[in-house]
Ligand binder design. Structure first.
Ligand code: HEM
Length: 375
């Protein structure tokens, strides 16, 4: 009986496969016993710890050792001819920063900034501004209940005002430039276009670098100048518990500064100001003896921007109270003087001490204004 065609074909394929497999074996066995030509060095088999040069011989084109070294350069720095710290580190080691998963430090820092600091910091500032707008809309400016007497008390000496305004001008410069650096990409870039936005941001970034040290020095002067009258007193607790009397008629009596101002001083000026200044000086590379490696700069940047955004939200409240939020407050810081009626309404214990002669009504040599400054 005749076999079907496909069976013959299968057999033929099998036989040819067997012959093909046997040829190299025969060739090898034929080569056995023969020594390689003089000077011939056989390529070594690839090994896990190969250098890239070794692997290029054993498996030309396989650059796995190079990329493995790049990935591990955070733990075992590579060799680089460039002078300077960290030049042999292309990818930083793994770290666990708060709020994001374990990742190499560069990527982890990027995620902390983009997923936490920018969206939550921006929201905090917006919430603060909206709350102030809402408060102004419902309540308007506070104070102004007493009738001016025409008699004035010196509230801030020229030195105190100069210190305050240097600090405030530096702060506003830092705030505007910092906000453009953080949120300009979303808010200004689409409106201004790349060229104009680039030039503006470059100019503001340079202004930020120079205003920073000025802010640092003036902040230190502020702390020294105002610390004495910001020390806690027993009335502060009452003031805080009744929120200064803001929601119930009369203002709670306070000394020269009330508990709200003291919170701004200790939390805003000392704690947040201290964090922002210290991290800012690291970012400006002004602290001698620091290596300024990538992790130093990443940590400094996270501390700086997070603290700055909380500080901005807090000082939005301070600036509100110092300008449109309270009648007469801005005049006090601009001219240095307040009417006795203002002093009695807002800082009654301080006013009593001035009247009792315990605190001089005038501390500087500068001549007092003839009339009470306008609220
Ligand atoms: C444009 C910005 C600012 C304005 C309009 C402003 C306005 C004022 C005003 C009117 C006062 C007097 C309040 C009173 O008589 O009780 C004052 C006090 C004060 N300001 Fe400002 N300020 C500004 C920015 C700043 C900044 C940036 C800081 C600090 C980082 C600051 C820290 C202080 C301190 C420490 C006092 C004394 C009261 C206290 O110890 O809390 N101010 N400010």
């Amino acid at each position: 009986m005749q076999k079907p065609m496909h069976q013959w074909l299968t057999r033929a394929l099998l036989v040819s496969a067997l012959i093909a497999g046997a040829v190299p074996v025969l060739a090898q066995s034929g080569a056995e016993g023969k020594s390689p030509p003089a000077g011939y060095v056989a390529a070594a088999d690839p090994k896990p710890g190969d250098s890239n040069a070794e692997r290029a011989k054993s498996q030309p084109g396989n650059n796995a050792p190079l990329w493995r070294a790049v990935r591990e350069s955070g733990n075992t720095p590579g060799i680089s001819n460039l002078p300077g710290a960290e030049k042999g580190v292309l990818i930083q080691p793994l770290v666990q920063y708060p709020g994001v998963r374990l990742n190499n430090a560069g990527e982890a820092w990027r995620q902390v900034r983009n997923q936490w600091i920018i969206p939550y910091g921006g929201s905090l500032i917006l919430i603060a501004l909206l709350t102030l707008a809402l408060f102004y809309w419902r309540r308007g400016p506070l104070g102004g209940h007493g009738v001016d007497t025409g008699r004035v008390i010196e509230r801030f000496t020229p030195f105190e005002r100069a210190t305050h305004w240097t600090n405030a001008i530096a702060f506003v410069t830092l705030a505007v430039s910092g906000l453009v650096m953080s949120f300009g990409k979303f808010l200004l870039l689409p409106v201004l276009g790349g060229t104009l936005f680039g030039a503006l941001t470059y100019a503001l970034k340079t202004a930020h670098n120079f205003a920073g040290p000025l802010f640092a020095v003036s902040l230190l002067l502020m702390l020294i100048t105002f610390v004495k009258d910001n020390l806690p007193s027993k009335q502060d607790l009452t003031w805080l518990m009744r929120f200064g009397g803001m929601f119930g008629g009369q203002e709670v009596a306070s000394h020269r500064f009330n508990a709200g101002e003291k919170v701004v001083f200790w939390l805003g000026v000392l704690a947040l100001g201290g964090l922002v200044v210290a991290s800012g000086l690291v970012l400006d590379k002004l602290i001698p003896g620091l290596a300024y490696l990538r992790p130093d700069m990443q940590i400094a940047q996270m501390v700086h921007s997070a603290a700055a955004m909380v500080m901005l939200a807090m000082f939005a409240g301070h600036i509100y109270m110092g300008t449109i939020g309270m009648k007469g407050a801005y005049q006090a810081m601009r001219t240095g003087y307040v009417d006795e009626a203002w002093a009695k309404e807002h800082h009654e214990l301080w006013f009593d001490d001035v009247k009792a002669g315990k605190i001089p009504a005038k501390r500087s040599q500068e001549p007092a204004p003839q009339a009470a400054p306008q609220a």
